[in-house]
Design a protein around this ligand. Structure first.
Ligand SMILES: Cc1cc2nc3c(=O)[nH]c(=O)nc-3n(C[C@H](O)[C@H](O)[C@H](O)COP(=O)(O)O)c2cc1C
Length: 369
């Protein structure tokens, strides 16, 4: 596979969604050939310093994961791990396949290193995803595979629970953790599931089903995470934090893309309808993490995501209260070597506080923050 500096001008000359499809096709092809996975591992993963963290009771080689939406159908995670991610989240998958919103629906803001998308949960559905995942059943995972689940667009919110439970049942065996996506701005009404009553009902039903499934498959208690929006106001964040504590949710993922357009940006795509990600989201997502961390009093791990494109961004999210991190948009602009830069930069920063223990380094840095 040629280096990203060579590929990028070609990819950026294409329609962004088509460019993404070509990238996924390449990574899927590589994933199906162990020799190519080994080559990518040598070139990328093995060059990233080890910065172990623990998430859901297991050690990961570094805290930076791939955010949902990049590999919606679970076709390329062996190659994605080979690029060096500490963990990989696939999806969002919905019970039935759906094509999403009309095209064009992905817009790059090159100078701002940001993206607006209104894909609308385009995916091949649960059955296809399970088929894809099972094709890699002999693959030994170097980190968690999370599966991000959602409801079909034509399922009314009153029946949303059925869709989430159908997804949970289907993915239970394969996933290392599940994510309830309640925060995509491109699926009409979805974010209303973050309101107190709806959130409470949904999370209660999911946690109950998770416990039933755990009893049936006694060796596994699947961690459940909830992914939230950056557009919640502080009081809404507090309600979600308290309910998550009550229901013993295993992690909160903050955040999804934003519908807000507050920065003074003149790019013609800035006002496209959809969710904004990348650099223009960075500070907004970090504020949500800070608020969540203070209300949950550190009792629920937070996976920080939103505009991480440097070690500095990653470090700020950890200081704000994140335990682990994810990114998507910065990969589009910088390619996979970005991971090495981020993990190397985090290692250097952590060393200033504690030479050997990353967790304690972060804690000490937070005290001085
Ligand atoms: C093109 C695109 C598609 C996305 N699809 C999903 C998705 O299916 N499910 C989801 O939970 N988040 C999705 N996201 C949101 C990302 O997972 C992430 O939360 C957000 O982009 C902020 O991180 P970033 O600034 O590093 O990209 C998508 C983002 C982009 C740019």
């Amino acid at each position: 596979m040629p280096g990203y500096n060579l590929i990028r001008p070609l990819l950026f000359s294409l329609n962004p969604e088509y460019a993404h499809q070509q990238t996924i096709a390449l990574l899927q092809k590589a994933s199906n050939k162990p020799s190519q996975v080994a080559r990518l591992t040598k070139r990328y993963r093995n060059k990233i310093p080890k910065l172990p963290i623990e998430l859901f009771g297991k050690k990961l080689s570094n805290p930076v994961g791939l955010a949902a939406g990049f590999d919606k159908n679970g076709v390329a995670f062996p190659a994605l791990f080979a690029l060096g991610f500490g963990f990989v989240e696939v999806g969002t998958v919905t019970p039935r396949a759906q094509s999403g919103n009309p095209k064009k629906r992905v817009f790059r803001l090159d100078q701002e290193e940001s993206i607006v998308n209104r894909l609308g949960f385009n995916n091949n559905g649960l059955d296809a995803m399970l088929g894809n995942l099972s094709a890699f059943s002999s693959y030994i995972r170097p980190g968690h595979i999370g599966i991000n689940i959602g409801k079909n667009t034509d399922t009314p919110n009153e029946r949303a629970i059925e869709d989430y439970l159908a997804c949970l049942d289907a993915i239970y065996e394969f996933a290392d953790y599940a994510v309830l996506n309640l925060s995509s701005p491109n699926s009409p009404g979805l974010r209303l599931l973050q309101q107190e009553f709806e959130f409470n009902e949904l999370v209660h039903a999911v946690m109950e089903r998770r416990d039933e499934l755990a009893n049936e498959q006694s060796d596994k208690l699947l961690p459940i995470a909830v992914k939230i929006s950056p557009d919640l106001d502080p009081e809404q964040i507090d309600v979600i934090a308290e309910l998550s504590l009550n229901h013993r949710v295993d992690a909160l993922i903050a955040t999804n893309t934003t519908i807000a357009r507050t920065a003074p940006v003149s790019h013609k795509h800035f006002t496209q309808t959809g969710g904004l990600s990348g650099k223009l989201l960075t500070d907004q997502a970090t504020s949500v993490i800070s608020r969540l961390a203070s209300t949950t009093r550190g009792q629920i791990p937070i996976i920080g995501v939103g505009g991480i494109s440097s070690a500095e961004d990653a470090w700020n999210k950890l200081l704000a209260g994140a335990t682990a991190l994810q990114l998507y948009t910065a990969m589009v602009f910088h390619g996979p070597t970005l991971l090495r830069q981020i993990v190397t930069g985090l290692t250097e920063r952590a060393r200033r506080y504690d030479e050997r223990n990353f967790g304690s380094a972060i804690e000490q840095a937070r005290k001085q923050f």
